[in-house]
Design a protein around this ligand. Structure first.
Ligand code: GP9
Ligand code: MN
Length: 630
């Protein structure tokens, strides 16, 4: 050290500048290559270049407040945390096509929870995200950059002033590009595009804190406001549909079809049906071919939430994890009050998506999770138990229940990255687009179809089929926008926002043994399932907060709202992402003014639903009912 020549490499300020440059470069590289941000013009391109600067200067600058002895370590720790945040988003985006939010992060405590999926998402080129850290540490050690990164007070002040300046320019440019960016919280991609990834996380943290406080501040007047809205909407529609009470007293079996989109139904690959059993079943069932998922970041758990409550999931995070201690008025609880046994079956561990906690709030009597199944290396793949052994092992458990039951079965094998680990599972050859996920998807969907076939056989053998109604639905999309190229090859057409929205259709098959099948073209979504099921069972709900309507109602409003604010009706498709309006029958883009009322209704309704969840407003429902009685 004593012989070490004073040169640039030993200078703290030089180290700081180079490190900041490395971090900027890698952040910019990620923004350009790993996320689809749809940069539309020069200003947006410029914004993208400067977005990382303010936060980098700010966060790295914080290290200068540490004592000289600790400063290098503090600097590298901050550098590592920023790098980790960036990389975690890159990996997360590869699957979810979305950015991490704090509530989701709390659920997936670590990426290990994603199991096989996480491994499949990591690529060799990713070493680029870490190589700089190796270089910087080596630099610090070898060159003994000393005294540790030191600046005069004036320079430190200038670093923070520059950070503030960059932030101000960034925010005003962003506001010009997208007025009200910070008020509207629907679209994370826009936030990242216009604020940068680190500033987005600062914003997300502030929003999370705000959410917690909303709950504390909520009062019962807010519930009255929501009830007024809901009742006025329901009031527009007529009385019960013709199927009211047609399944009174029957068992209800819900089957969640993991990642199953409607486009696989009746489709052939290599001249073979992908879903031969479902294709047959739908002929003897009510088959809804205009049915959409309404889920957001909470994926499967969102679908469960929406279906049991007829409320929307949240714009950020999963209700299952953020608001599990809320008061709800969910289907399991209502049915329990009507003599039913509500249970859920799933071959993954109980705490995944916080189900073990949330199910209690929803009123489930029991959760048959992984620990109650015999799960081995042979009979599991990806997240857990394969669908066929899952149904096989569930049958005796089902038999043991008091009837009537409300039993939910969550399948799992058809989950990204769509893995099979045994030839027996491969009942159809993969597709040949060259996009592995898309190609394998058809195999795991085919396997899932086989498992449902077995399940129906076993229900008949066990003598429970006749007394049961079956509701089969896709939980959410399986093939994200990142695979548009392969999907357009499969579908034989370009995938514009219009087609993307149509791809959010999931199958809905309601099978009532002894009842004739019928294809239903009404436009609906998972949000409508609670009222639909309750109506079939002949259960009347008064003054409940629900945003869906019975799908069998004749004069129901033909529409469904997506979590991102997009809307589909029988006439129009509105894509909130680019504010685009389409004629539904032709797929032609039309004046966006035509869709303006739909957009407004979606915002109002999603806002009301969010109010209910954030404010835990249903806890006021009982007192509201009392008041109405008086
Ligand atoms: C895990 C299963 C899959 O238990 O529900 O969850 P997803 O990733 O689809 O939300
Ligand atoms: Mn799922």
């Amino acid at each position: 050290m004593f012989n070490q020549k004073e040169n640039l490499l030993t200078k703290g300020w030089f180290f700081f500048v180079i490190a900041a440059f490395f971090l900027w470069a890698k952040t910019y590289y990620a923004l350009q290559t790993s996320f689809t941000l749809d940069i539309e013009n020069g200003i947006q391109q410029f914004i993208l270049i400067i977005t990382p600067v303010s936060s980098l200067l700010f966060f790295l600058g914080l290290s200068l407040f540490f004592s000289p002895k600790r400063r290098n370590k503090a600097f590298m720790t901050i550098y590592f945390l920023l790098s980790f945040t960036l990389y975690a988003n890159v990996v997360y985006y590869r699957f979810f096509n979305d950015f991490i939010t704090l509530p989701v992060l709390m659920q997936y405590k670590n990426f290990g929870d994603l199991g096989g999926s996480a491994k499949a998402l990591i690529q060799p080129i990713d070493f680029l995200y870490w190589i700089d850290i190796v270089v910087l540490i080596t630099w610090l050690v070898v060159k003994k950059t000393k005294p540790t990164i030191t600046f005069r007070k004036r320079t430190v002040a200038m670093i923070f002033a520059a950070s503030l300046g960059f932030a101000a320019v960034n925010v005003s440019l962003a506001e010009m590009e997208r007025p009200q960016l910070l008020v509207r919280t629907f679209d994370r991609a826009k936030l990242v595009k216009l604020l940068g990834i680190y500033n987005y996380h600062v914003y997300d943290t502030v929003m999370t804190a705000k959410t917690s406080s909303r709950r504390v501040l909520a009062d019962s007047n807010e519930l009255s406001e929501v009830l007024n809205y809901v009742n006025s909407q329901q009031g527009k529609m007529g009385a019960h549909g013709e199927y009211f009470g047609k399944a009174k007293g029957k068992n209800v079996v819900l089957v969640s079809l993991e990642s199953t989109q409607n486009f696989v139904i009746d489709r052939k690959l290599h001249d073979q049906e992908i879903t031969p059993f479902l294709n047959d079943l739908k002929e003897d069932s009510f088959y809804f071919d205009n049915f959409y998922h309404n889920t957001g970041q909470g994926k499967t758990s969102d679908s469960e939430f929406i279906i049991d409550n007829s409320l929307y999931g949240l714009p950020r995070g999963a209700v299952f994890t953020t608001n599990a201690s809320n008061e709800f008025n969910a289907t399991p609880e209502i049915l329990k009050g009507n003599g039913y046994t509500p249970v859920s079956f799933h071959g993954n561990h109980a705490s995944f998506w916080n189900r073990d906690v949330m199910y209690q709030s929803l009123g489930y009597d029991h959760y048959f999770s992984k620990r109650e199944y015999n799960v081995t290396d042979e009979n599991s793949v990806n997240y857990g138990l394969k669908d066929i052994p899952f149904f096989e092992q569930s049958m005796p458990k089902l038999k043991g229940l008091d009837q009537p039951y409300y039993a939910k079965f969550l399948t799992m094998t058809n989950h990204y990255p769509y893995i099979t680990n045994n030839e027996n599972m491969e009942m159809i050859e993969p597709a040949e687009t060259g996009d592995g996920s898309v190609d394998r998807y058809f195999q795991t969907v085919r396997y899932e179809d086989e498992s449902i076939k077995k399940f129906f056989q076993m229900m008949k053998e066990q003598g429970e089929y006749e007394d049961t109604i079956f509701v089969l639905y896709g939980d959410h999309y399986g093939i994200s926008e990142n695979h548009n190229e392969a999907m357009s090859e499969i579908l034989g057409k370009e995938i514009r926002p219009f087609e993307h929205i149509q791809l959010q259709k999931v199958p809905l098959i309601i099978h009532i043994p002894g009842m004739e099948g019928k294809q239903m073209d009404t436009v609906g979504g998972q949000i409508d399932l609670k009222p639909t099921i309750l109506h079939l069972l002949g259960i009347e709900q008064e003054n409940d907060v629900q945003f869906g309507t019975d799908l069998f109602k004749k004069d129901r409003e033909n529409a469904t709202i997506f979590r991102d604010g997009s809307v589909v009706t029988d006439e129009y498709v509105y894509s909130d992402e680019g504010d685009l309006c389409y004629d539904k029958s032709t797929g032609e883009e039309i004046d966006s003014k035509t869709c303006a009322p739909l957009k407004e209704k979606a915002e109002t309704e999603l806002n009301y639903s969010d109010k209910v969840v954030y404010g835990d407003l249903l806890k006021f429902l009982d007192s509201e009912k009392e008041e109405n009685k008086q």
